[in-house]
Design a protein around this ligand. Sequence first.
Ligand SMILES: Nc1ncnc2c1ncn2[C@@H]1O[C@H](COP(=O)(O)OP(=O)(O)OP(=O)(O)O)[C@@H](O)[C@H]1O
Length: 238
Amino acid sequence: MAPHTEQLTRSAVRLRGLTRSFGGRKVLDGIDLAIPAGQFTALLGHSGSGKSTLLRAVAGLDHQVEGSGQLTAPERVSVVFQDSRLLPWRRVLDNVLLGSEGREAAAKGREALAEVGLKGRERAWPSELSGGEAQRAALARSLVREPELLLADEPFGALDALTRIRMHGLLRELWERHRPSVLLVTHDVDEAVALAERVLVLEEGRIGLDLTIDRDAAARGEYRGLLLAALGVTEDVR
Ligand SMILES: Nc1ncnc2c1ncn2[C@@H]1O[C@H](COP(=O)(O)OP(=O)(O)OP(=O)(O)O)[C@@H](O)[C@H]1O
């Protein structure tokens, strides 16, 4: 019944003609998109362009899109948001485990916390963590589910610039080690280019630009101007 249960081989995510309207206004207007398994994709777009709407649809959180087109996504999907959404009344390890019990689960949870650099903080309360640490815990919580697809909606948007750079390194490292497909929603052109293999720009309800990122060209800053132009942004002359 649910498209999410379909067995996928080559593509992790496939959208065909996906449309979503709110009050008669089309936010997503027939989106066609295939994301190969294991690809790191970033989705850029102005505020209100429909990035979160698209992500929610792929996460299976939006039942209204059913029937509007075709949507397939893997079964094991984890979502990370701008705020960590840790439960304040549970210790960090219990937040990561959420629902799973037993020694094996606890060992996996500890391992995931160690991977994100939170070894020794298992028994801390969420209120004792910094913003960056809380996002690390959120990443650990998503990892223990061994997701085939990681959806991240502005996961570093609330962090200071230095913490954000460290988190970029961590996310790339985790992706290289575990190789889930990643769909990262961001406003930040530099973040998209620094992290992703492919950058999509959402405009007027459609994918307006679909760029494959070459690491060397990215290091030379070759995509920045193109992406800013696609977003209709002109940089001030410095
Ligand atoms: N539940 C809803 N009811 C009505 N309108 C909605 C709803 N969810 C989203 N919208 C509208 O759809 C449009 C796209 O919203 P969405 O949150 O997907 O944009 P976004 O690109 O993620 O924006 P931002 O970058 O600011 O988070 C907006 O105009 C928003 O007001």
